[in-house]
Design a protein around this ligand. Structure first.
Ligand SMILES: Cc1cc2nc3c(=O)[nH]c(=O)nc-3n(C[C@H](O)[C@H](O)[C@H](O)COP(=O)(O)O)c2cc1C
Length: 115
């Protein structure tokens, strides 16, 4: 098999393997090197016009995680057990209008144009 065919199969294998884990083995930790790659992949994700209307908040503080459990019905098993817990903060629709300060600043820094 060529290297390209092996790579294709590796990608399909990864998608077949993946599933939504509901709780984790708390004794296992993602290494900082691996976690940095995951965060970098998130940081490099594409967005419309490159406006990147998000921030990634890594929550490692146990006390804060416990507070989050009360308001996160979808993360009851994840918050107490996940090696790393990332909240994706999204800008509001008001903030992502074409004429908002945020979008105008992004246009300037990404495209180098002011509108
Ligand atoms: C947009 C989105 C939101 C989701 N929210 C939750 C959630 O709050 N809690 C949870 O345990 N799983 C959540 N899931 C995981 C889904 O339950 C899971 O992807 C689906 O059941 C299919 O299973 P699989 O990913 O293992 O193939 C979410 C998935 C998506 C795509």
């Amino acid at each position: 098999m060529t290297e390209r065919v092996i790579k294709r199969q590796e990608i399909l294998d990864a998608f077949n393997f993946r599933r939504a884990i509901k709780s984790f083995d708390p004794t296992k930790k993602i290494s900082e090197e691996d976690f940095n790659v995951i965060l970098e992949a998130a940081r490099l994700s594409p967005s419309s016009c490159g406006i990147e209307p998000w921030k990634f908040l890594v929550v490692q503080n146990q006390e804060f995680r416990e507070k989050l459990i009360e308001i996160s019905p979808g993360a009851q098993g994840h918050l107490p057990t996940a090696s790393h817990f990332v909240i994706i903060l999204s800008r509001t629709s008001k903030d992502t209008r074409y004429d908002s300060e945020y979008v105008k600043n992004q246009w300037l820094s990404v495209w180098g144009v002011s509108r």
